[in-house]
Design a protein around this ligand. Sequence first.
Ligand SMILES: [Mg+2]
Length: 381
Amino acid sequence: MKITRIETFLVPPRWLFCRVETDDGVVGWGEPVVEGRAEVVRAAVDVLAEYLIGQDPLRIQDHWQVLTKGGFYRGGPILSSAVAGIDQALWDIAGKTYGAPVHALLGGPVRDRVRVYAWVGGDEPAELGEQIAEQVEAGFTAVKMNGAGATSPVSTVSETAAVVARVAAAREALGPDRDVAVDFHGRFSAAASRRVLAELAPLHPLFVEEAVLPEQNHLLPGLVTSTSVPLATGERLYSRSEFLPVLAAGVAVAQPDLSHAGGISEVHRIASLAETYGAQLAPHCPLGPIALAASLQVAFATPNFLIQEQSRGIHYNKGADLLSYVVDTEPFRFVDGYAPRGDAPGLGITVDEAAVRAADRTGHAWRNPVWRHADGSFAEW
Ligand SMILES: [Mg+2]
């Protein structure tokens, strides 16, 4: 079997899909994307495709080595995400060729269903209680929310109080048996995070995410020891070597993104690395159905798995949503806040190719907003 064609599709709301075709007629799908830089990843996939055309798609590990290391310059979000999407497609092809779901090829399932959480609130959420009640009604047992919008480098009393009040409102709506995770999104300085974490601790968040920016992860050891709140990070880390120091720092939850951190191959290895540090896996995935399907396959085969992000109804999904490009929505029919385990081969989903090709004709040019502080200076989004 040989790879004969690799195509990419720029589809709303902000995604990029890739389709890998073989001379046997087996087709695999992947989602190589960096949100806001999808066109750049598309160009990277085109360059990597030069090597792959004519190759045996089942040599996933060898292709991963060549694609990540063979260009001499390595790493970073663009290249790692391009490799990630191709890697997903190759695993999809492998599963379809061997007649097995990817989680079976990774060693077999270790759980029957995968806990997922829902997002509540945009960046300036209002009526949080009402939104949480909706998700609880839909069966979810956990939600995630942003800690704050644009935040001062050293937060004021009222900024700190606002974060705590919103998380307290969430805890009130959820009760003691459901979870709230809080995403700081790298908007807080380490000093602000330390202060806010102390006040959030009594509210028992499931975890607090990106308490500092990835480039300040060298401050994590101090933050970890300063709080009882489990700290999470990883959506902006792209390899085992980038996860190693944060795991050694004692973060409780590793959040690699299946579409950023080298795909199924590398996230499976990151999960094993996290296990040696007693950390749990909670993959980042505010993305489309292929990235989520890949995430679920890893979750079914990972012992130290905590919870999975998913994008259904997320505030970013304008013009298309999680179910817009799949023929069978069953893999994403969440029951009591869990995704079911299927036994369909490969990634376990059937992509609606006609819908994808039609959407690509429209395309998108999604960009994240650029925020400013009151004094006009740049603010982290
Ligand atoms: Mg996040």
